[in-house]
Design a protein around this ligand. Sequence first.
Ligand SMILES: [Zn+2]
Ligand SMILES: [Zn+2]
Ligand SMILES: [Zn+2]
Length: 254
Amino acid sequence: MKITFLGTGTSHGVPVVGCECATCISEDSKNKRYRSSIYIEIANTSILVDTPPELRLQLLENNIRKIDAVLFTHPHADHLMGFDDLRGINRLQRRSIPCYGNKMTIQEVERVFSYIFNPIQIGGGVPEVILYTVDRDFQLNDNTIIPIPIKHGKLNILGYRIGKLAYLTDCSYIPESSFALLDGIELLVIDALRYRTHSTHMNIEEALDVVDKLGVTKAYFTHLSHDLEHNKVNSELPDHVKLAYDGLVVEINN
Ligand SMILES: [Zn+2]
Ligand SMILES: [Zn+2]
Ligand SMILES: [Zn+2]
């Protein structure tokens, strides 16, 4: 399985508009963060998680030409607003793209993009997609996708487990029943917004506690704010835990 980080930033992105902090003025490309998304290639199946506002740039910069499915974590703008850019992939593949999410998310996709699902005129390109509500394991070709219910503040949203990878963005709390679904993973990608606490995201300390509890051999933090300067924070983290960065590619055995 090959995982490409397309974006690792929090909802504002990094640099933040108008900010002159050390991270935002840094010339290190690892301090430049699009909104969060990953692209997973496994057994001839290509999976995109979320469609952030910079999706077109993320697809171009990572030379992505194939998406067999989209997994949505939740419908906040920073995870959804690149949805229209799936048209570029439709044009290459000439078929609809199946999109999966929990009930709230699929209802929000239909509401926000009502012009796609309830066309008011003929003409004008819209993404060709098929929406599926999921609340339990499902198959994508030969791969089992396991939705992981997590809390994002008061919202019930989804992380996903695929083989030995778990991707838990926008996570403030993991119920015990979901820890059971994560048993045996090797690579954890989890929300770690900043050092200070936040009502809807884990901070570094809380994310490290999850890493310890799961006993994973490797973890990457994502959905990072400008409070986290890449090299400084990485030097403070344990060896098996690192900040992800845009363009990072990680390969693991399924
Ligand atoms: Zn977010
Ligand atoms: Zn800043
Ligand atoms: Zn969110």
